[in-house]
Ligand binder design. Structure first.
Ligand code: 5GP
Length: 211
């Protein structure tokens, strides 16, 4: 029988570069990492594929998923629902995979309360500072001004939640592959505290972010 797998939560504000950092893991190309595909009621962005990037569902279908217990966690973000389907997550863990959940802090807190410490690895990813975050959000060009302001506000709140995570990493511009490497090392139980992208605590993160 396979060794039981693990859950790898990766959170970070919009603009933290989560998806770039996690791209190498997509499509099951790096064993034993697999991706949990979330359900959402938000509209697909250009290039996003249903069933791969997200399960794009209606509000009615999402509410049915909640009611039937099909989601292990869910939350509302920018007026849309997001949630993690339970059955695929459980079967990938049974199969011995490390399942990546790219989710925001509220959902992460729910997952942390459901899994044993030894079955769970958590990484909080942050842009190096506020100016970089704002530049990344505006540079993306696909969000409305209202959406950008909402995401900036939420990012400030999310920083406080970084204290719940086992590991905090900075994603400097053009350093995504270093973050990807550090995540792989963390999952192998290796020490990454000597890396310049490593942040020792939530307090240090908040201090560096605003200075
Ligand atoms: P986006 O709309 O930019 O794709 O995602 C918005 C936020 O929702 C991101 O912080 C993303 O990590 C988070 N998110 C995506 N899927 C889920 C999910 O299944 N559950 C929770 N709680 N958050 C999610």
């Amino acid at each position: 029988m396979n060794k039981r797998g693990k859950v790898l939560i990766v959170s970070g504000s919009a603009g933290s570069g989560k998806s770039t950092v996690l791209t190498p893991f997509k499509g099951g190309k790096i064993d034993p990492f697999r991706f949990s595909v979330s359900a959402t009621t938000r509209a697909p962005r250009p290039g996003e594929v249903d069933g791969k990037d997200y399960l794009f569902v209606t509000k009615e279908r999402f509410e049915e998923m909640i009611e039937k217990g099909e989601l292990i966690e869910h939350t509302t973000f920018n007026n849309n629902y997001y949630g993690t389907p339970k059955a695929p997550l459980e079967s990938m863990i049974e199969d011995g995979q490390i399942v990546i959940l790219e989710i925001e802090v509220d959902g992460a807190e729910q997952i942390m309360s459901l899994f044993n410490k030894e079955d769970l690895i958590s990484v909080f990813l942050s842009p190096p500072d506020y100016t970089t975050l704002e530049a990344r959000l505006r540079g993306r060009g696909t969000n409305t001004e209202e959406d950008i302001v909402d995401r900036l506000e939420r990012a400030k709140v999310e920083l406080e939640y970084s204290k719940l995570y086992g590991h905090i990493l900075f994603n400097f511009d053009n350093r995504a592959s270093d973050v990807t490497d550090a995540i792989v090392k963390i999952t192998k139980g290796e020490d990454v505290s000597g890396f310049d992208i490593y942040c020792e605590s939530a307090d240090a993160l908040i201090h560096k972010f605003y200075n």
